[in-house]
Design a protein around this ligand. Sequence first.
Ligand SMILES: NC(=O)c1ccc[n+]([C@@H]2O[C@H](COP(=O)([O-])OP(=O)(O)OC[C@H]3O[C@@H](n4cnc5c(N)ncnc54)[C@H](O)[C@@H]3O)[C@@H](O)[C@H]2O)c1
Length: 259
Amino acid sequence: MNDSDPTPTDVALVTGGGQGIGAAICHRLGSDGFHVVVNDLATDRAESTAASIVEAGGSASSVVADVSDSAAVNAMFDEIEGTVGVVSALVNNAGIGGNAAIRNVTDEDWGRVLGVDLTSAFFCSRRALDSMREERRGTIVNITSRAWLGWWGQSTYASAKAGMVGLTRALAVEMSSRSIRVNAIAPGLIDTPLLRNRTEEALARLLKSVPVGRLGQPEDIASAVSFLSSERSRTITGQVLYVGGGKSVYAYPDWPDAR
Ligand SMILES: NC(=O)c1ccc[n+]([C@@H]2O[C@H](COP(=O)([O-])OP(=O)(O)OC[C@H]3O[C@@H](n4cnc5c(N)ncnc54)[C@H](O)[C@@H]3O)[C@@H](O)[C@H]2O)c1
């Protein structure tokens, strides 16, 4: 253990940690020395991620809650603080996709995507900061998406993820005097069930838009979260780190007209 390692009592909470990017983040923070609280909507997924961290020699527990529900979020934090302690590293990762031309987006679609992909981060951050503020330390990492820059069929998702960038920057300023840092990571195309939920043809076309020509792995995002949740990044706050094979710089415009 050195100066930048978490102490044995440091608690990390990862929302949507049951699979994909969230599960990789949980594993990485577990091996970094955090007690990891794995949140998910799905009980079996949350429990299995926590169990595999413990099996690997780490410390973890699970909590089931819908993070788009304010009361459920507050109850989740109360439970965590009553059992393992105050969350010092929050990762707002839970998210759902939204892929439709605007003419096909219903009021319900808009509300659901904004609720899970943006409002959840507000609910969790607000509650986590109540305790972090008193402790005068902590980190928040918001998992946004490269899609916030704009892409076909992404009006709901891009709006939610752009909102996350605004939330990150505003909270970074608001919390700076308390030594609490808030950053965002914008993944490009990462190989997870959320991405695989497409046809092979659609996936192949998407891959053409990645300058490095390959999908990222969940561990690539986990390693960036590990950095932003540690003292190694102690002078970094309010930033968006793109982890996406150069897709934020240049995206090959081979895409059918979806208008
Ligand atoms: N996979 C990609 O290419 C990619 C790219 C950019 C950004 N992202 C973002 O990364 C994050 C993780 O994506 P993923 O690909 O691992 O997704 P995923 O669908 O594989 O996993 C998401 C997890 O979140 C959980 N979840 C969903 N809604 C929830 C809620 N309301 N409360 C609690 N848990 C909930 C799900 O049960 C699931 O276990 C998301 O925010 C996503 O938008 C993913």
